[in-house]
Design a protein around this ligand. Structure first.
Ligand code: ADP
Ligand code: ASP
Ligand code: MG
Length: 473
């Protein structure tokens, strides 16, 4: 594969300690002849820490200790991974960033006000610090690398904390800005997760979105492959924290990967596939700590699993909002008003089900979005509720969604029967069910308390544990 350019992304754990960064240096060194671009996350848990600091400041207390801990962690890491002038320069750059952050937190403390816009600015420091630390380590090892601030290249709208990318402009900027560096044999070390508006205001692309940055870079540079280095061996048949014998999937399709990540497989951000699909750039998921393993390759087509199902994924902490009444079938614009209301609040509706009588519609939403969405729907439909054409809007909490995913499900009969049969035998109550017309997944809602058992049972019933008919990685 020599000569094909690779974009590599290293996640939080992969840059989260001195040992991990040494691994990164070794991996980058091993593949340098391909022409590389590297995208980084913040060091592990740093984004959470920054968000907590912003919240503390907003409450009127300056988060002095947390800021000191952040400074210390980055300085100590620089001292352990970089030498001489590289160390000196990186220490100065980190100190400069920490001082800037300190000033911003001071401002938030005085104002006791934290807008999504300021929250994004605070969050941006994690990636801005990690690229300094890792490029210093790479340069100390003789690898010519340059820290790159993605805010100059990734242009977005003003939807702070979940900004949407302007593809055409971003593509142009990334290819004009980065291609010359790569062809000169330098390695750009790019902040994942970050973007900026047309006015240059900092935005972020959503939690876990460094994967997405990597595929934006891969698409713009027409990379041969995009490699996501993380802390597990690849995309697995289930979340390994829930299912002890979950297995690594050797290959999955873009569609399967998108479906799995949308329904909770945190290993990949759901938007990652988008920039890669058009040019059919393979995405590989690999383990930084076991670089000898092949990992998972995501590409246009793959073999189907023996029973049609490849993975069982889940999203915890959901609520089900139920809108019910004759207005749904009799008044044609009720649905439009319902979704206009959720869209205006930017509520992400994870799943929708409707009974064929058109008498009720259920929306599964994140529990944090639920109170505001219910309030907005109550206001929108107050006349219908008062006149009795809609029931009072109700909410069921402490739920989770489980999704059974696989390209081979299309045309394989009996998948729903197997799934619901096993759950019935174990007395697990299914609250709502949805199946997309693509037949790539069946998703259903259970109570939170049943989540773990449900995933384990369904995973086992499709023979996904053990060697499940696949070769092992
Ligand atoms: P990174 O910091 O490298 O981006 P993440 O924590 O975002 O890593 O994603 C990797 C984690 O995703 C794994 O440690 C694993 O616990 C979790 N995960 C959840 N579902 C899956 C799945 N189906 N396959 C692999 N990993 C999964
Ligand atoms: N650091 C960001 C987060 O924790 C982005 C990422 O890691 O992909 O969400
Ligand atoms: Mg991630």
């Amino acid at each position: 594969m020599a000569g094909t350019m690779i974009v590599m992304k290293f996640g939080g754990t992969s840059v989260g300690s001195v040992e991990a960064i040494k691994q990164v240096v070794e991996i980058v060194g091993n593949y340098r002849e391909h022409g590389l671009s590297v995208v980084l996350s913040a060091m592990s848990k740093v984004t959470d820490a920054l968000r907590a600091m912003a919240a503390t400041a907003c409450g009127g207390t300056e988060p002095t200790e947390a800021l000191e801990a952040l400074r210390k962690r980055h300085e100590e890491t620089v001292c352990a991974v970089a030498e001489g002038d590289e160390r000196k320069r990186a220490l100065e750059d980190c100190a400069g960033l920490i001082d800037e952050l300190s000033g911003i937190l001071h401002g938030i403390t005085l104002l006791r006000e934290l807008s999504p816009r300021s929250a994004d600015l605070v969050s941006s420091f994690g990636e801005r610090l990690s690229v300094i630390v890792v490029s210093a380590a790479l340069r100390s090892a003789g690898l010519s690398s340059i820290p790159v601030d993605a805010r100059e290249y990734v242009k977005t709208n003003e939807r702070y904390t979940e900004a949407e990318v302007n593809f055409a402009e971003t593509d142009r900027r990334l290819s004009e800005g980065l291609a010359p560096m790569v062809s000169d044999g330098r390695i750009p070390i790019i902040t994942g997760f970050l973007g900026s508006t047309d006015e240059g205001v900092t935005t972020t692309l959503g939690r876990g979105a460094s994967d997405y940055t990597a595929s934006l870079v891969g698409g713009a540079l027409h990379a041969g492959e995009i490699w996501i280095w993380t802390d597990v061996d690849g995309a697995m048949t289930a979340d390994p924290r829930i299912v002890g014998d979950a297995r690594v999937l050797e290959e999955i399709s873009y569609l399967e990967a998108a479906e799995m990540s949308y329904f909770g497989a945190k290993v990949l951000h759901p938007m990652t596939m988008l920039p890669a699909v058009k040019q059919e750039i393979p995405i590989r998921i690999r383990n930084t700590f076991r670089p000898g393993n092949n990992g998972t390759v995501i590409s246009p087509r793959t073999r189907a699993a023996p029973l049609g199902v490849k993975a069982v994924t889940s999203i915890d902490r959901l609520c089900l909002i139920v809108v019910e009444g004759t207005s749904l079938s009799r008044t044609p614009d009720t649905h439009a008003r319902l979704f206009k209301t959720t869209a205006e609040r930017k509520t992400q509706v994870v799943m929708i089900t409707q009974a064929s009588s058109e008498h009720d519609i259920c929306l599964a939403v994140d529990e944090r979005d639920s109170p505001g969405t219910v309030q907005a729907l109550k206001e929108e439909f107050r006349h219908e509720v008062a006149e009795g054409s809609l029931e009072e809007i109700s909410v069921q909490s402490d739920l989770a969604v489980v999704a059974v995913v696989g390209g081979g499900m299309k045309g394989t009969p009996g998948i729903a029967a197997r799934t619901f049969g096993i759950l019935g035998e174990h007395g697990i109550n299914i609250i709502a069910i949805a199946q997309g017309s693509s037949e790539l997944n069946i998703s259903f809602i259970v109570e939170r308390k049943d989540l773990q058992k449900t995933v384990q049972l369904v995973h086992a019933s499709f023979g996904l544990g053990g060697d499940g008919g696949f070769e092992r990685n």
